[in-house]
Design a protein around this ligand. Structure first.
Ligand code: GLP
Length: 264
């Protein structure tokens, strides 16, 4: 696991966008796993800028989002389908047929989950999976006690998660109770995982995820098992890390020798 600490949230988001842009330039048909949440908005804003200003090409890119709420149509402003179109897909030259999110309106949700796994496999697996982290340590919507080997499935959302995500809805009672999410096992199969966390409110859970013991109570601790995982933080999100100074020194070395960044 590589922990890179940036001075503030803007520079951290820029570093994540640069990381994705490098991966896409190196492999134009990149299979990119995508995440939602407020933390990702500045990352997508910068990717759109890179497309417009530098011609970053998404035409061959294939994407798979981590999750989607159950019961929300794609045009519902609270849905992740809507979030992705608004923040990324409509701003770049991606072919919408190459973008994938679970269908939370499917009649047979179990079949939808199984098909999502098959579709990821049929595309050769995920090259780079972008991740945020929930206040309870979830990845995607893998709530506490999600098995490390879990696959794409239906999840009931915790109250903490519904409260955290309520700002994207008119009120708390509009936040769905269930979602489809890639499993922890599905996420761990990505060739590279890239997690971004910013802000003081994430500091405790980030410290638990990076330095705490492995536990299904904090599903992000599963990333400690991943052979190629990069975590980019701002100073506030990093503030509860015990080995803070060690990571800062590593960041300095990696900045001086950028080829090291991204390799574990
Ligand atoms: C939702 C998503 C997660 C994301 C989390 C963080 O719960 N399902 O994938 O990590 O939001 O949200 P934010 O970035 O708004 O803190």
């Amino acid at each position: 696991m590589k922990v890179i600490i940036q001075p503030n949230a803007e520079i951290a988001a820029q570093a994540v966008a640069d990381f994705i842009a490098r991966a896409l330039s190196a492999k134009p048909d990149l299979v990119l796993g995508l995440a939602t949440g407020c933390t990702m908005e500045p990352v997508y804003e910068r990717l759109v800028q890179k497309h417009r200003a530098e011609g970053l090409d998404f035409s061959g890119c294939r994407t798979f989002n981590l999750d989607e709420y159950v019961g929300l149509a794609a045009d519902n402003p609270g849905s992740y389908h809507h979030f992705m179109r608004r923040h990324l897909f409509d701003g770049v030259n991606i072919d919408l047929r190459n973008t994938h999110l679970p269908d939370g309106m499917a009649d047979d949700l179990a079949a939808e989950c199984a098909n999502y796994e098959k579709l990821i496999a049929a595309n050769g697996g995920i090259d780079l999976q972008l991740l945020g982290i929930g206040l309870n340590g979830h990845l995607g919507f893998n709530e506490p006690l999600s098995a490390f080997r879990s696959r794409t499935r239906l999840q009931t959302l915790s109250r903490m998660t519904r409260v955290q995500n309520a700002p994207l809805f008119a009120s708390l009672n509009r936040v769905p109770y269930c979602a489809i999410t890639m499993g922890v096992g599905t996420i761990l199969e990505a060739r590279h995982c890239l997690l971004l966390a910013t802000g003081a409110e994430k500091a405790d859970i980030v410290a638990g995820a990076i330095e705490g013991p492995l536990t299904a109570m904090i599903t992000a601790t599963a990333l400690q098992l991943h052979p190629a995982c990069t975590i980019i933080l701002d100073k506030e999100a990093a503030s509860q890390l015990r080995k803070d100074d060690h990571y800062q020194r590593l960041t300095a070395v990696q900045t001086a020798t950028p080829l090291l960044v991204g390799k574990s």
